[in-house]
Design a binder for this molecule. Structure first.
Ligand SMILES: Cc1cc2nc3c(=O)[nH]c(=O)nc-3n(C[C@H](O)[C@H](O)[C@H](O)COP(=O)(O)OP(=O)(O)OC[C@H]3O[C@@H](n4cnc5c(N)ncnc54)[C@H](O)[C@@H]3O)c2cc1C
Length: 401
């Protein structure tokens, strides 16, 4: 034990992954999550390139693969359901549009939580209400009334990070809306969907609807996207979000009316703007940020989860290698991550642009230079080095006792 105490805010992907690595490096970790329990839901997320190596180093390759969606690939279809194009899971060595490691966000979160819950203190249904740092530590008051002191605090509390607002400044300074809204929710699989994802795009309106297989074959995941330059629905007001989706998907065609018919009985609705977080620095003294809170690349990059997992490995490794000195540790993490993050953010913007969605303040859409795009994709998947941190404490493959 290093005697170092670290508080992490957020228990989705970045939070439990960081808890895994901090604990393995010898820190005592507390994770505080605002929701009353682990949050279910979300679309499938993919692991490509270096992300797969991090999962392997976490010792979680088997449980992650066991929870994978088993998707065979994707068909794009027209309004009558005729197949236009096919993308197989075998394309690009398993690192293609549908990756060979594809898992529902909620299932991955559960795997990470199961792996860490015995060695890490989790506090659900609470959040940081006040925070004051000095040269030696950070005093934290939780909304539930608990007062604690930690050596370091890390925000893994997502795109709308409250910790970022408290320590770094208002969200308008950092969150860039890309002009698109995405919604996901599960529906009964009354569509005979097997292992293939179906995707319908209405080029004229820039809207899309899709249906994706999930592990539970009796259900499927519906997904909608629509352009929305000004998104002003409260991200916590689910009923308002469902109303917005009904309005925006009206007249979209294909299976849309049947998918919308399940909006009221779905257990796991999620809707949010497609946005990125762009910051000059991801730390301030003893407080740092990770995952979407620091560098959301948006779901359109397909790499938000990968960035969170890789960031967790690097942040814990750099802090431990710097003997828990916040300045040296946070600086090392940022130096290793920044260009990788930028490549993924560029992919996210390119993808939105390719759908014909006008992005606030962006140049009009131009056909991409295929060579430059291939190079960008390679940098976004593999363009980060994972040191082995030989000599840095490592307690083993799992924190479960
Ligand atoms: C319910 C849900 C569904 C999602 N669905 C998709 C999807 O379908 N496709 C996709 O690409 N991405 C999705 N995402 C985002 C995706 O998880 C991230 O892009 C990526 O995995 C990085 O994760 P993260 O842990 O940094 O942030 P997030 O996954 O956003 O997690 C942030 C966590 O912090 C918690 N939190 C928020 N505020 C506080 C606070 N003040 N104190 C403590 N905890 C707080 C949240 O409840 C959440 O558990 C979803 C996120 C959530 C929470």
């Amino acid at each position: 034990m290093s005697g170092i105490r670290i508080l992490v805010a957020g228990a989705s992907i970045a939070g439990p992954a960081l808890a895994h690595w901090l604990r393995r490096r010898g820190a005592e970790v507390t994770v505080v999550e605002r929701a009353p329990g682990l949050r279910p839901g979300g679309q499938a997320v993919d692991a490509r390139g270096v992300t797969k190596e991090v999962i392997r180093r976490m010792g979680l390759d088997a449980p992650v693969r066991a929870a994978c969606t088993d998707t065979a690939g994707a068909h794009t279809v027209d309004a009558d359901g005729n197949v236009l194009e096919t993308f197989s899971v075998e394309d690009h060595g398993g690192d293609g549009y549908i990756a060979d490691i594809e898992i529902l966000r909620g299932d991955l979160s559960q795997v990470l939580y199961d792996d860490t819950r015995d060695g890490v203190e989790y506090i659900f249904g609470d959040r940081i209400a006040e925070l004051a740092q000095d040269a030696d530590g950070v005093d934290v008051v939780l909304a539930g009334g608990d007062r604690r002191r930690f050596d370091l605090v890390v925000g893994a509390d997502g795109l709308h990070s409250a910790l970022r607002g408290m320590v770094f400044g208002p969200r308008e300074r950092f969150v860039r809306h890309l002009g698109l809204v995405l919604a996901f929710y599960s529906v009964p699989n009354e569509f005979g969907l097997d292992r293939w994802l179906l995707e319908f795009q209405d080029q004229e309106s820039g809207r899309s609807a899709s249906l994706r297989p999930i592990q539970d074959a009796t259900r499927a995941m519906a997904m909608f996207s629509f352009p929305a330059a000004d998104f002003d629905v409260d991200y916590r007001d689910i009923e308002a979000q469902k109303r917005l989706l009904r309005e925006q998907a009206d007249g979209l065609g294909w299976l849309t009316p049947r998918l919308l018919a399940h909006l009221d009985d779905t257990p796991d609705f999620y809707l949010d703007q497609v946005a990125q977080v762009v910051m000059d620095g991801w730390s301030n003294g003893r407080v740092g940020l990770i995952g979407d809170a620091a560098f959301s690349s948006s779901p359109m990059s397909g790499q938000g989860t990968g960035l969170a997992l890789i960031g967790a490995y690097l942040l814990a490794g750099e802090l431990a290698a710097a003997d828990w000195d916040p300045k040296a540790g946070f600086t090392g993490y940022e130096r290793r991550m920044r260009s990788f993050v930028e490549a993924n953010q560029e992919i996210g913007r390119w993808h939105v642009d390719s759908l014909g969605v006008p992005q606030p303040g962006a140049e009009p859409h131009e056909e991409p230079d295929m060579e430059a795009l291939t190079d960008l994709v390679e940098r976004a998947i593999n363009g980060v080095e994972l040191p082995d941190y030989a000599g840095v404490p490592d307690s083993g493959a799992s924190v479960r006792s």
